[in-house]
Design a protein around this ligand. Structure first.
Ligand SMILES: NC(=O)C1=CN([C@@H]2O[C@H](COP(=O)(O)OP(=O)(O)OC[C@H]3O[C@@H](n4cnc5c(N)ncnc54)[C@H](OP(=O)(O)O)[C@@H]3O)[C@@H](O)[C@H]2O)C=CC1
Ligand SMILES: O=C1CO[C@H](CO)[C@@H](O)[C@@H]1O
Length: 338
């Protein structure tokens, strides 16, 4: 029986690392033992809060802290190299979304995972929100009948002009890969594999080199249609970020409350209290630890992570070519070892 908390290092002490710090504080199963950032000052500030050691070199962190796993919170273009180095040393990697900026980078990560005894997967917080999980099981129980239409929106005004998110050499693209990776992950969670996709870019409001507003249209392999709204430049002010319409009812997953109503119901049935970021990050961390200890797949498996890269790749092709694009699955379907 394992009696100690799993020892984690964190790489990249920037914005999202702050949420992980809160998750480590809440988790009984995961312990933060080291923080690395290019800036030793940033690593030190975070390490002091977590009562652990600070580093400017992640390989030194691995050697000196004897950590078993790492949460990788650096900008996307850095994910493949760091991940491959960690996997070579059999360190488990929970890599923040997007797994990689493109298919060739994802292939390198897959090859390293195949050679390693450690687990690699992608972090994408919404799948770990209790309301999303409850919605998935309600849909599976048939409460709204056959799912016909899926809608998701992540729209919030955020000035990206001075952030790496709008530098495609670091981010791999704009809002489509950034927020869209979350969308693709939850769309696949509800609908299964995505077969084809069409993407329309909106007016570019910000003076940046990448798309800041897009609409995505999807068709799942099972024939369900869906639409996804993404923007850094407008706010649709919606109460719900996922709405699912079925032959016998409607279900909404909201920021503050989640509910469904069957065709015969007069009232909505509330089934969740909305999105809680710290809980989602804590659930994600605990799920990863369970996977490390049990050998079972994490809720987002490597196959899911690779599929998300394939869908985003198809999204960019669809946007550039202004046509429907088929989603490849060669990479994700090649994962046979998990
Ligand atoms: N799940 C979620 O809700 C969110 C996920 N993310 C994802 O998390 C990741 C990080 O994003 P975010 O926190 O916003 O980024 P930040 O820029 O805020 O933080 C990244 C940190 O990593 C440092 N860094 C860069 N390269 C290296 C390296 N090679 N080794 C060590 N440290 C490095 C950066 O230093 P410097 O600034 O000096 O470059 C910076 O301090 C991205 O993949 C992003 O998509 C981001 C936001 C929300
Ligand atoms: O969830 C998120 C909130 O928005 C950020 C900026 O667009 C994203 O990077 C992040 O993944």
């Amino acid at each position: 029986m394992i009696t100690h908390a799993t020892r984690f290092g964190l790489i990249g002490a920037g914005a999202i690392a702050q949420s992980y710090l809160l998750a480590f504080e809440k988790s009984k199963d995961a312990q933060l033992v080291g923080v690395t950032d290019i800036s030793l000052e940033a690593a030190t500030a975070m390490a002091e809060r977590a009562h652990c050691s600070a580093f400017s070199d992640y390989l030194a962190m691995i050697e000196e802290t004897d950590c078993e796993a790492v949460v990788l919170c650096t900008p996307p273009v850095t994910h493949p190299e760091i991940t491959c180095e960690l996997l070579k040393r059999n360190i488990h990697v929970l890599c923040e979304k997007p797994l990689a900026v493109g298919l060739s980078e994802a292939k390198l990560m897959l090859a390293a995972a195949e050679e390693s005894t450690a687990i690699l997967t992608m972090a994408s917080k919404f799948r770990y929100s209790s309301d999303i999980v409850a919605a998935k099981s309600l849909i599976a129980s048939g409460v709204i009948g056959d799912v016909v239409l899926f809608e998701n929106a992540f729209t919030a005004r955020v000035d990206m002009s001075h952030r790496w998110n709008s530098d495609p050499s670091i981010s791999g693209g704009g809002v489509l890969i950034d927020n869209g990776t979350h969308s693709v992950d939850i769309t696949r969670y509800f609908l299964g594999p995505i077969a084809e996709i069409r993407v329309v870019e909106g007016l570019r409001i910000q003076d940046i080199a990448v798309e800041d507003t897009v609409q995505i249209f999807v068709r799942s392999a099972s024939g369900v249609m869906g639409s996804i709204d993404l923007s850094w430049s407008l706010n649709k002010e919606l109460d719900n970020y996922v709405s699912i319409y079925g032959s016998a009812g409607t279900l909404h997953v909201g920021w503050k409350e989640s509910k469904y109503r069957r065709a015969e119901d007069e009232q909505w049935t509330i089934f969740g209290n909305g999105y809680n970021k710290v809980d989602a990050f804590t659930n994600q961390l605990n799920d990863f630890v369970t996977s490390i200890r049990s050998g079972e797949l994490p809720r987002i498996s490597l196959q899911d992570a690779l599929a998300s890269v394939e869908v985003i790749d198809a999204c960019y092709n669809a946007m550039w070519e202004s046509s429907w694009s088929q989603v490849g699955s060669e990479l994700s379907e090649s994962v046979g070892f998990q």
